[in-house]
Design a protein around this ligand. Structure first.
Ligand SMILES: [Zn+2]
Length: 215
């Protein structure tokens, strides 16, 4: 009969065993760092990505759909706080975003004040910093959220009807690449792009690891 001690030992060995950061299946070989299994890697590599749309944007791109591996990667970043997932997302974006988009100031989409306080970890900032480290640019956190409401709860219609309140903390860079972890309605990106234009930006594009595909 399994004792509490043996169950606990088994649990520890399962948690500590090398596993896919996406689907959490065990991996045959111990990787040097966080890694994907073959199936998740295939899914990520096969994904062609698609454009992100928001009225105030000059263009947007996400390499993964917010389902399957894309959804699991966003969750791994958000809840397991793995910097390796931010680095993987940044690499996918750098690899597949249209030519020239990364030659811009890298601006993370600001978390809502409530969310930022509760988590103490900001996925958009982690990805922006990883892209900036890749390109040699500096991440410029020039936006802040003024609303105190959760953006991702509620219905799609409600979220579109009441966009988040975003403002620039000072003059905004001329050319900007907005960075978020996941895009659902595009309302947050739109509010960010409008705030940047009010503060002087000319060209505003956006990228995210994953997004809800256009209907
Ligand atoms: Zn996997």
């Amino acid at each position: 009969m399994a004792t509490l001690r043996s169950i606990r030992a088994e649990l520890v060995s399962v948690l500590a065993a090398p596993h896919c950061i996406c689907c959490r299946r065990p991996l045959a070989q111990a990787p040097a760092g966080p890694a994907l299994c073959g199936a998740c890697r295939d899914e990520v590599e096969r994904s062609p990505g698609f454009p992100l749309r928001a009225d105030a944007l000059d263009g947007g791109f996400a390499p993964l759909a917010y389902e399957g591996a894309g959804r699991a990667l966003v969750a791994a970043l958000k809840f397991s706080r793995l910097p390796a997932v931010a680095a993987l997302g940044a690499a996918l974006i750098a690899d597949r975003a249209p030519e020239g988009w990364l030659d811009a100031a890298i601006v993370p989409v600001p978390a809502s004040p409530l969310r930022a306080r509760r988590r103490g970890f900001d996925p958009a900032w982690e990805i922006a910093a990883a892209i900036a480290a890749d390109t040699g640019a500096a991440a410029a956190p020039v936006l802040r959220r003024r609303d105190r409401r959760r953006q991702r709860g509620g219905s799609r219609r409600r979220r579109l009807a009441s966009p988040p309140v975003v403002e620039a903390s000072g003059p905004a860079p001329r050319s900007v690449l907005l960075v978020d972890d996941v895009v659902t309605t595009g309302a947050t990106l739109d509010a960010c792009a409008r705030a940047l234009r009010r503060a002087g930006s000319g060209a505003v594009r956006a990228v995210a690891i994953a997004a809800v595909p256009p209907r």
